[in-house]
Design a protein around this ligand. Structure first.
Ligand code: ATP
Ligand code: MG
Length: 261
């Protein structure tokens, strides 16, 4: 049975896509079978996996509208060694196209159910909004992974996200939980970052990942080559940090490294 995680934060540019692509590649490196679903019309995760978003068809859009099955839309990330459901700007219209359709919140959950046995992990890269696409991800997810920068307003920004997760729990998915808060682009020399990090631990306890992702320029460069960082520079700090995150994810899930789930 696969573990299904939504990677979400309605704040833009906090490292959701970087985490989705590199956690997917790192879990694959550790022998896990991984599917990454790109739920953002920006298509950044698609491109970061080495797939050209402009010509990708079908995409998650056709899946949500029940025009194709998920098995017919997935592609392979060659450099990442995992499967991808691509996305592009066409998905921006999904909210409107879905509005009058039945079970519009549950489309993705239903589609994923058909392939769940083929994967150990399914990761969903969410857009920077709490819209119908994100709700579809939360309805399908067992847990939410929240990447965040340790900035002044970081905790306040979490309030809306936690409220949305609560609503989804009441209405659509009683089992959803927060898998973890991941500190990204972390600068250990910053006193503010340390303070916010301490506050996070006070509020969320062991739901804060032990692994911290440092600011690392190789992580920012890799997507422009269509590569996860492991395939771009496997010795860099960013690559090591995401491998640590994958190991921590397996540990939390009770899976020994190298063993299939
Ligand atoms: P959006 O909300 O637009 O979808 P996002 O939350 O998915 O954004 P990313 O695209 O992953 O965020 O990251 C935003 C920018 O920061 C990108 O240019 C990315 O390359 C860079 N970045 C992400 N993580 C790191 C890091 N640890 N070190 C350096 N740069 C990073
Ligand atoms: Mg993104």
């Amino acid at each position: 049975m696969s573990r299904i995680f939504a990677i979400a934060n309605q704040k833009g540019g906090v490292g959701k896509t970087t985490t989705a692509v590199n956690l997917a590649a790192s879990l694959a490196e550790l022998g896990q079978r991984v599917l990454l679903a790109d739920l953002d019309p920006q298509g950044n995760a698609t491109m970061g996996c080495g797939i050209e978003k402009r010509t990708a068809l079908p995409t998650v859009y056709q899946i949500l509208l029940n025009q194709v099955g998920l098995a017919d839309a997935r592609m392979r990330s060659g450099p990442g060694h995992f499967d991808v459901i691509p996305s592009n700007r066409e998905l921006a219209g999904a909210e409107i196209d879905l509005v009058n359709l039945e079970q519009r919140d549950l489309r993705l959950k239903t589609a994923l159910a058909g392939v769940a046995d083929e994967y150990d992990f399914i990761l969903m890269d969410c857009p920077p909004t709490l819209n119908l696409l994100t709700v579809n991800a939360f309805a399908a997810a067992e847990a939410v992974l929240i990447p965040m920068q340790c900035e002044y307003y970081a905790l306040e920004g979490l309030t809306d996200l936690v409220a949305t997760i609560k609503k989804v729990k009441q209405r659509l998915n009683p089992d959803i939980r927060i898998e973890g808060l991941l500190r990204v682009m972390f600068d250990p020399r910053s006193t503010l970052a340390q303070q916010v990090s301490d506050q996070l631990k006070q509020h969320f306890g062991d739901r804060v990942y032990d692994t911290v992702i440092p600011r690392n320029v190789r992580l920012a460069e890799a997507p422009s080559h269509g590569l996860p960082v492991l395939a771009y520079d496997r010795q860099c700090k960013g690559a090591k940090a995401y491998l640590d995150l994958a190991e921590e994810t397996l540990r939390r899930a009770g899976i020994a490294v190298g063993e299939a789930a």
